[in-house]
Design a protein around this ligand. Structure first.
Ligand SMILES: [Zn+2]
Length: 120
């Protein structure tokens, strides 16, 4: 697994998600770096602004949290390991979903539990 490439991908995704939140005018803590990244996303911002309802914002925030958690796991050398069983997450899965925190089996279990908690 090419960790520097993974980190780059996650950082890019983080910047993109923050850009989306900024476009909505509801971003938080985005001033910290002080470096105004020239994101091509700026042009899409107006469109996003119109379409960004609260459910979308919630989804973006969730994704951002996932990406930040993945970056943290990279920092502590736990990237690619399932948070439940500690087993290695399949590389193909990480390719498709760099912020994945569970192996396939535990992801399925977590989703089932979430559905049950939601009362369905
Ligand atoms: Zn697992």
């Amino acid at each position: 697994m090419d960790m520097p490439a993974v980190r780059q991908r996650l950082e890019a995704e983080k910047a993109r998600l923050r850009g989306v939140l900024d476009a909505a005018g509801r971003g938080q803590g985005t001033q910290e770096g002080g470096k105004p990244d020239q994101l091509p996303a700026e042009q899409a911002a107006e469109t996003l602004n119109r379409e960004l309802d609260s459910s979308v914002e919630l989804r973006v925030r969730t994704e951002l949290a996932e990406v930040e958690a993945a970056l943290h796991r990279l920092d502590i050398g736990r990237y690619g390991l399932c948070e439940v069983c500690g087993g290695e997450i399949a590389e193909a899965r990480l390719e498709a979903m760099p912020a994945a925190r569970y192996c396939v089996a535990d992801q399925a279990r977590a989703e089932r539990d979430a559905r049950q908690r939601a009362g369905r």
